[in-house]
Design a protein around this ligand. Sequence first.
Ligand code: PAF
Length: 282
Amino acid sequence: MKVIATITELQQTLTPLRQGGAKIALVPTMGALHNGHLSLIAAAQKQADIVVCSIFVNPTQFTDPKDLEKYPRPLEHDIKMLTEAGCNFVFMPSVKEMYPSYPTPENWKIDLGPAEFVLEGEFRKGHYQGVTQIVYKLFDAVKPEVAFFGQKDFQQVLMIKNMVLELGLAVDIVTCPIIRETDGLAMSSRNIHLNKADREHSLALSKALFYIEENYTTQPIDRLVEQAKAMISSVEGVELDYLTIVNGDTLLPIKEKASNNTVALIAAKVGETRLIDNVIIN
Ligand code: PAF
């Protein structure tokens, strides 16, 4: 696997491959890779000839500077994982490479629809402008035909699809299922911050979602949400930001049950670590 740090080298490498007919896939990440990321690489390998994984901890999507500072960066471990997975290229640019005028902000404001401002958008103001800004830059640098994202960041995938539509980009967006630990915790780069007690308490999130999933057909929506919230509040050290059952396009809570496009989403602080998770109900 080749490690590339500049857009110029990336393009010099990929252009002849593309001209030779290779289909190029991009798996954008912020590193601290786990099996969830590897499932994205594996899905990309099935659909494309060349897989580029990017590792870039994007400053413009962090609303809390402390969160940016403490974001894990185990680069050697990440490179080893990607090499073993048979990834072709890893693109690891510097902040200056992606944002030449950093820390002076660049102009970026696109219409992502009203769903930008709910759920994560409410708790992390401006987050999805930062996410779409860097994903646009990565698409522009790699020029992939297809890009892979994890369903764990459900709202993020919706925002990226909205950006692709808004800007008319020729990139297919593929969403891959959540990969969980055997006890149900959704894999996340942030799980590394959980101490032993937090790790135990973190199971409250997936348990509450599985409760909703299992009882969806038999209980009214209000009761499902109420019960699931009670499950969370009974666990020490877990502070709920939201737990909601929504329409998967608008991300607005549903009042009546629907037969498709229904998602339950949760975000909570477990100790000092903020976690998100979701289940697609139908
Ligand atoms: O999901 C992530 O890791 C990041 O938000 C992404 C999509 C790589 C953009 O920085």
